[in-house]
Design a protein around this ligand. Structure first.
Ligand code: AMP
Length: 290
């Protein structure tokens, strides 16, 4: 596995790879790698000839009172995991490499980036869209791989690619979970034992909504109330939002729902902020009953 800290050196290397006619897959991360990240690498290795992984804790996507300084970092461990998982090249840029003095440009998606997580973390998706745009320009992959765990992030990136004519296919991979349902996340390391146990209620709330939709319920208000009821059983949880919205626009769905919606939750468990979601597909057979 090759390791790059300089953008220009990675570009030179990838130019050679492209000339060989190889397909390049790209997995952007903030490090503190876990099995969820590795599932993206495995998918990229299956779909492409060469896998590039980036490890960069992007300061521009953290708010002033967020966990940028505390964010877990363990580069040696990350490099070992990446190498065993089959990554071919890793980009680890310093902040000055990504945002040199005089840097100005921001990529902003006011609609998709202002809702849900964007409303609670002002500027977060400006930071995400900007860094992903830069990384895609640097790597110029054929495919880039993102986890469903960050569903709004994927929608923001898909729209950005469309708007800016960036020629790359986005592949969304399923959320990897612990045995008790909690979505794997680098931030889970902040949780103490009590909080870790309490955090499982987030996925239970999403499962309750899937159960309801499987029985034909599709009214967003009813589905959201169900999530809040389940989340309310856990005193350590403070809900920021529990929303059922259009899976495409992330805008509120009409009163009687849509065929394809997404249920998203953001909640604090102690001081740790966690997010999770499930896509809800209301099958056609239920439509006849309503
Ligand atoms: P992060 O390092 O948190 O920025 O995540 C890097 C990529 O890994 C993003 O595309 C995430 O959606 C994805 N990811 C994070 N957690 C998981 C998970 N539990 N399962 C699958 N993908 C994940």
């Amino acid at each position: 596995m090759r390791t790059f800290t300089q953008i220009s050196a990675l570009r030179t290397y990838l130019r050679g790879i492209r000339l060989e006619g190889k397909q390049i897959g790209f997995v952007p991360t903030m490090g503190a790698l876990h099995e969820g990240h590795l599932s993206l690498v495995q998918r990229a290795a299956r779909d492409c000839d060469l896998v590039v992984l980036s490890i960069y804790v992007n300061p521009r996507q953290f708010g002033p009172n967020e966990d940028f300084d505390a964010y877990p970092r363990d580069l040696q461990r990350d490099l070992q995991m990446a190498s065993s998982a089959g990554v071919d090249a890793v980009l680890i840029p310093a902040n000055e490499e990504m945002y040199p003095g005089g840097y100005q440009t921001v990529v902003q998606l006011p609609d998709l980036g202002g809702l849900l997580d964007g409303a609670h973390r002002p500027g977060h998706f400006d930071g995400v869209a900007t860094v992903v745009c830069k990384l895609l320009n640097i790597v110029q992959p054929d495919r880039a791989f993102f986890g469903q765990k960050d569903y709004q992030q994927i929608r923001v990136i898909e729209q950005m690619l469309l708007d800016l004519n960036i020629p790359c296919k986005i592949v969304m991979t399923p959320t990897l979970r612990a045995a008790d349902g909690l979505a794997l996340s680098s931030r889970n390391s902040y949780l103490n034992a009590k909080e870790r146990k309490a955090a499982t209620v987030i996925h239970r709330a999403l499962c309750a909504v899937i159960d309801l939709t499987e029985r034909g319920e599709r009214r967003p208000k009813v589905l959201e109330e169900q999530m809040l009821e389940v989340l309310g059983t856990e005193p350590l949880i403070k809900v920021q939002y529990a929303s059922v919205v259009s899976s495409e626009t992330l805008q509120p769905a009409p009163e009687d729902g849509l065929d394809r919606m997404v249920a998203l939750i953001a909640a604090h468990v102690g001081r740790t902020r966690l997010i999770d979601n499930e896509v809800l597909i209301v099958e056609a057979r239920f439509k006849d009953l309503s």
